[in-house]
Design a protein around this ligand. Structure first.
Ligand SMILES: *Cc1c(COP(=O)(O)O)cnc(C)c1O
Length: 378
């Protein structure tokens, strides 16, 4: 079989000379951590998204942990999320002792279905963690309506969706708190990194404290003397370094460019695949603009494993995102059973991720499309 000369990964960072210079400058500056780059990066994110506050963390998972803490989730509280997501969207609830409740997805958009959320609400429900899976914004208006009706806190997992928009508004402006991740495959990277954006000052202050040992950020200067500070809560060291923030500041300047590139690739895939009977392309909600973190198709009446293996043999890094979270042994051991979200489970069996990232070249995209078409029509 024909094989591409190098492995085409499903996702990849795009680092240029400016990024490198930006990190080197910070490396030679007095502050490797707890310096000015953190605030600058947070400001760049908040300005771009259009929120009052942004709090950077050492990774997106730590940021979600902080959001669950700030929301006051604890033992006995139920939190609703999607089963089709990276495990961290659910794990963060467990970190603070809460119970995860999975609500089924809409098989066309792959995102959590607001009506399914409604059906899972009980007197114990405290929050919802909707996930903008693949970069497509969830139906946040519908979700916020449900949340207001039932007095729930919404923490949007926007790990895939920095730069995406919903009804002309950037993701991050609607939910109570929104998390973005900067892992290398995500829309921009800081190697590891994450952020919570919010307009709520109380959450903002809690997040700052949680990120740095539970120490009051304003309590340093005191009558006692300059050495004095107070730790008032059991926090963590979840800080991002200035090196990471410097990379993030530089990457933010290219975010829109990266997304345009991703949109172009998605358009080529959709045009090439939309009329093939055995392939379903992802439906986009009207008035949303996906960030296209992932391009995922559904294979109908085709052996997915065979297609997957053949694509991999051709050096194409197809993938499957994600195994339903509650199928993992950790969640099984907590008592979650197969069949809980039948739409998500059936969707998962047919799902295939095609490569999409800012460095993917036209000839690679054509090669992927042609190889896939050959496999489907075999
Ligand atoms: C990547 C990711 C996370 C976690 O982010 P990290 O920065 O890797 O910790 C959470 N949720 C989803 C949906 C993700 O894809």
């Amino acid at each position: 079989m024909e094989k591409y000369p190098k492995f085409i990964s499903y996702g990849s960072q795009a680092i240029d000379e400016d990024d490198i210079q930006s990190v080197i400058e910070t490396l030679l500056s007095p502050n490797l951590t707890q310096g000015p780059k953190i605030t600058q990066f947070e400001q760049a994110i908040a300005n771009y998204v259009g929120t009052k506050y942004a709090v950077a963390f050492c990774n997106g998972t730590a940021a979600l942990h902080g959001a669950c803490y700030a929301a006051g989730i604890s033992e006995g509280d139920e939190v609703i999320t999607s089963p089709i997501t990276f495990a961290a969207s659910a794990n963060c609830v467990r970190y603070v002792g809460g119970t995860v409740v999975f609500a089924d997805i809409d098989e066309r958009t792959y995102n959590i279905d607001p009506e399914q959320i409604r059906s899972k609400i009980t007197s114990k429900t405290k929050a919802i963690i909707p996930v903008d899976f693949t970069g497509q914004p969830v139906d946040i208006d519908a979700i916020m309506d449900i949340a207001r009706e039932h007095n729930l806190i919404v923490i949007e997992d926007g790990a895939h969706s920095l730069g995406a928009s919903y009804k002309g508004r950037k993701v991050g402006t609607q939910a109570d708190m929104t998390m973005f991740s900067f892992h290398p495959v995500k829309p921009i990277t800081t190697a590891e990194g994450g952020v919570i954006v919010t307009n709520n000052e109380i959450y903002y202050k809690k997040l700052l404290k949680f990120r740095s040992h539970g120490i009051e950020p304003t309590a340093y200067a005191s009558e006692q003397g300059d050495w004095y500070y107070e730790m008032t809560e059991l926090g963590y060291n979840y800080r991002m370094t200035d090196l990471q923030a410097a990379l993030g500041i530089s990457q933010m300047k290219k975010l829109d460019e990266f997304i345009e590139h991703r949109r172009g690739i998605a358009a080529v895939y959709t045009e090439a695949l939309k009329d093939i009977d055995s392939i379903k392309v992802p439906k986009q909600l009207e008035e949303t603009k996906s960030g296209w973190h992932l391009y995922m198709i559904q294979l109908e009446n085709v052996n997915r494993k065979q297609v997957f293996d053949a694509m991999r043999a051709a050096n194409i890094g197809v993938h499957v995102h994600y195994i339903p979270v509650y199928w993992h042994p950790y969640y099984k051991n907590l008592g979650y059973e197969q069949g809980l979200c039948p739409i998500a489970e059936a969707w998962y069996e047919k799902a295939l991720t095609l490569p999409i990232h800012p460095k993917l070249k036209d000839n690679e995209i054509n090669y992927i499309v042609n190889t896939l078409k050959k496999q489907i029509t075999l």
